[in-house]
Design a protein around this ligand. Structure first.
Ligand code: 4NP
Length: 161
């Protein structure tokens, strides 16, 4: 099993969007029995809340399920339990490294690091910009590249149908 955790600040805008988009891509490749997906926030402001209406709206527009998602805060043990801990921006990555201290963790990196020659490195926070379309396009590209990388690196040929 490969475990992927998407992380942003509030876990209501970007990381739930990435979780839903990535789950949709994984399902379309019939890899849902091999790849486990979750999301969390470094902050505790919105614990237990549903995703932001902007995130819900764009997912619905693109026929992607947002069922059952509730915000939670990232825990120290997540860092050892997940193989890929994917932050949306540099601040998330700094917070994740601080939480990890010197413990062994899965890979910690930014989503857009998987996009070669991308225009931006951080997924902008739509909670402040209001631009959920821009975020959706970046998240979609990043998730597609991340899945390509996981397939290439981690999955044995016979597991791919
Ligand atoms: P997210 O956006 O990190 O993409 O979920 C945010 C949501 C809420 C807040 C900040 C960012 N907040 O400060 O409440």
């Amino acid at each position: 099993m490969i475990r992927v955790l998407f992380v942003c600040l509030g876990n209501i805008c970007r990381s739930p969007m990435a979780e839903a988009v990535f789950r949709d891509l994984v399902k379309k490749k019939n890899l849902q029995h091999i790849i486990e997906i979750d999301s969390a926030g470094t902050g505790n402001y919105h614990i237990g809340k549903s995703p932001h209406k902007g995130t819900l709206h764009i997912l619905e527009q693109n026929s992607i399920s947002s069922e059952g998602m509730k915000a939670r805060q990232v825990k120290e043990e997540d860092l050892g339990n997940f193989d890929y801990i994917i932050g949306m921006d540099a601040e998330n990555i700094g917070n994740l490294h601080r939480l990890a201290r010197y413990n062994k963790t899965g890979y910690i990196g930014r989503l857009l690091d998987f996009v070669p020659q991308g225009k931006v490195d951080d997924v902008p926070d739509p909670y402040f910009t209001g631009n959920f379309e821009e975020v959706y396009d970046l998240v979609k590209e990043g998730c597609a590249r991340l899945l390509d990388e996981i397939i290439l690196k981690d999955l044995k040929k016979e597991e791919i149908q």
